[in-house]
Design a protein. Structure first.
Length: 332
């Protein structure tokens, strides 16, 4: 499933206290989806890395109870006492088998000895697959059988929707819309230090948005995030994008230029969406749709879909009927 589908499924699984393990390659957003779900539902996230724990750490420290003359256990501070949230066992299968075994009772029974996980808390875990060349141990069958297992897949549309809402550099979004096969590239044979993933593209986008880097430094940093080949392609794409018409001038009705190159249009549609989002008026909404009517169907539909998810309410425009008449058959 993609990130949007996972974000829809997790709340139901959490409500029924079904521990869930999210599988996927590095950098595709497993942790980000968990954080997004928690933020949407006003929940805390306790990120517990069992790879950094000893088998005894989960149980806590014993102390003497003089009243009953027995030993009791003080649970560790990182286990919640009240409230609502997610106990997130990130990179669970990077922990040695003995540490994974210590989590058996927590995952299935929501207990660790005398400690009981509060009702408002859910248990989620995540990890890479053996094929991802990470440091992982096989998940013991008794522990694996305590989880619902979901595989997170790379999906451009889901990532792009998140990227627009998060304010990721419009040029990076436009480039990956034009070259979607570069969103995630992992060659197990070459095992490069830097390679394209949804996460590393965000790193590159932050570098491009930083005023503190000159052009030469940007090239080095972007290559250090996504690799040399993708970085060269991105920067060449952005050089063309720098010659784009001003999106605000288009939305304000001052110019009406439609570039011919398809790569330029991919870059432009992202900038138009950001410009409309940052200065939404009825007139600018109308002009966005009027301009969209002149674009190829693929780009017009992509722009309208992202505008919808950004809450730009294109359906309120009198131009919407004409837009649907031309592109409605392409909308899925």
């Amino acid at each position: 499933m993609n990130a949007l589908e996972l974000a829809k499924a997790l709340p139901t699984l959490m409500d029924i206290h079904q521990a869930t393990f999210i599988w996927g390659p590095p950098g595709i957003g497993k942790s980000s989806v968990v954080s997004q779900v928690a933020a949407t539902h006003g929940m805390e996230v306790r990120d517990i890395r069992l790879a950094m724990c000893d088998p005894t750490d989960l149980r806590g420290i014993p102390f003497y109870d003089p009243e009953h003359k027995i030993a009791r256990w003080a649970p560790p501070e990182f286990l919640p006492r009240d409230g609502r949230g997610i106990v997130f066992l990130d990179e669970l299968n990077a922990a040695p088998p003995a540490v994974q075994a210590a989590a058996y009772q927590l995952v299935l029974d929501r207990r660790l000895g005398e400690y009981e996980l509060p009702k408002g808390w859910a248990i989620l875990a995540a990890g890479n697959r053996h094929s991802d060349m990470g440091v992982v141990f096989r998940l013991p069958s008794p522990l694996a059988n305590r989880f619902c297992h979901l595989d997170l897949d790379v999906d451009l549309q889901a990532w792009r929707r998140w990227a627009f809402s998060a304010g990721v550099h419009a040029g990076v979004i436009g480039f990956l819309s034009f070259r979607p096969e570069l969103l995630f590239v992992f060659d197990r044979e070459k095992a490069s230090r830097a390679f394209p993933t949804p996460r590393s593209w965000v790193f590159a986008a932050r570098a491009l948005s930083s005023p503190g880097l000159d052009r030469q430094s940007q090239r080095a940093v972007v290559a250090g995030c996504v690799g040399d080949g993708p970085a060269i392609e991105l920067l060449a794409f952005l050089e063309v994008a720098d010659k784009l018409p001003d999106p605000d001038a288009i939305l304000d009705g001052k110019i009406d230029v439609v570039p011919r190159e398809i790569s330029v249009l991919y870059a432009l549609i992202g900038r138009l969406l950001y410009a409309l989002k940052n200065g939404l008026t009825d007139e600018r909404r109308d002009r966005f749709l009027t301009y969209s009517l002149k674009l190829p169907a693929e780009l017009a539909v992509m722009g309208a879909k992202e505008a919808f998810h950004l809450g730009l309410e294109l359906g309120r425009s009198p131009k919407w009927k004409a837009w649907i008449g031309k592109f409605g058959e392409f909308v899925v």
